[in-house]
Design a protein around this ligand. Sequence first.
Ligand code: PEP
Ligand code: MN
Length: 339
Amino acid sequence: MIVVMNSGATQAQVQHMVERVEGLGLKAHVIVGTERTVIAAIGEKREQTKESLELGPGVEKVVPILAPYKVASREVKPEPTVVQVGSLSVGGGRWGVIAGPCSVETESQIIETARAVKKAGAAALRGGAFKPRTSPYSFQGLKEEGLRYLAAARQETGLAVVTEVMSPEDVPLLAKYADCLQIGARNMQNYRLLEAAGGSGLPVLLKRGPSATLEELLLAAEYVLNEGNPHVILCERGIRTFETHTRFTLPLATVVYLHQRTHLPVMVDPSHGTGHADLVPDMALASLAAGADGLIIEVHPDPERALSDGYQSLNFAQFERMMQRCRRVAEAVGLSANG
Ligand code: PEP
Ligand code: MN
């Protein structure tokens, strides 16, 4: 349920209602909007809850939340959420790009890439140190050594670091180095991991599972939000279909649909979404035209020699050209710059 407070409700009245909600065994999420404050009361509904909350001081009305995802729903918070990752702001009409290699390979590789993507206009650096690989015989990432290189690249360029966390036990280690935790497609429904990442308080970039519905994606986000962590960025990265020309199929209606249903920002990953470097720039432009709040792009100094996902990685010149074209589309659709 949503407890909608009067526009003139006092802080004390809001606090009183939070205590009332919690007293009923429900979780209270306070959402301060530009017009008024609402309290999302989450949990099992009991008889008379609505009626008794409606009598509270400063309460305008109590309405049920129809969507199965509660805190993520636009019903609860109509204004878009802006997630801040270092100097990158995502959402609410600002666009930003997270760029970098699929995997951190060497210190010079990540620092060189960080410098190049920053120069081209990226606002954050990506790079996997813990890699979820389909085959156990593929490169698994440099683990903590990779995290140290990412921190060195941040030190050098000022770019915020976005990197994947694969298991709940690793969250404290990752939190020492990362500015944003990426939860990969394969782990979208790893609920203990979602809770642990949510509990870290760091922004979470949540990628859609290749066979997950958008409702499942939003319910996964709900696990993070339920930890009291509002900093969630959703990411479309392509789904499994019968099509074999692209690695995955990249559905851009996702962006439009999610913006209708949730206040959370939505990014697109055209690198994994297509699996081919020559398809990435145009799909990046299309993503922005569809209203994406940002992009995550794989960039490598020498894609041919990359230890993972080289075939879908842009080199520096390709990335720079893509960014120039993105700026023109972003301007045309009324997005403001970032970084
Ligand atoms: C990645 O970003 O390198 C990655 C593994 O992505 P996904 O989880 O979307 O496959
Ligand atoms: Mn990758």
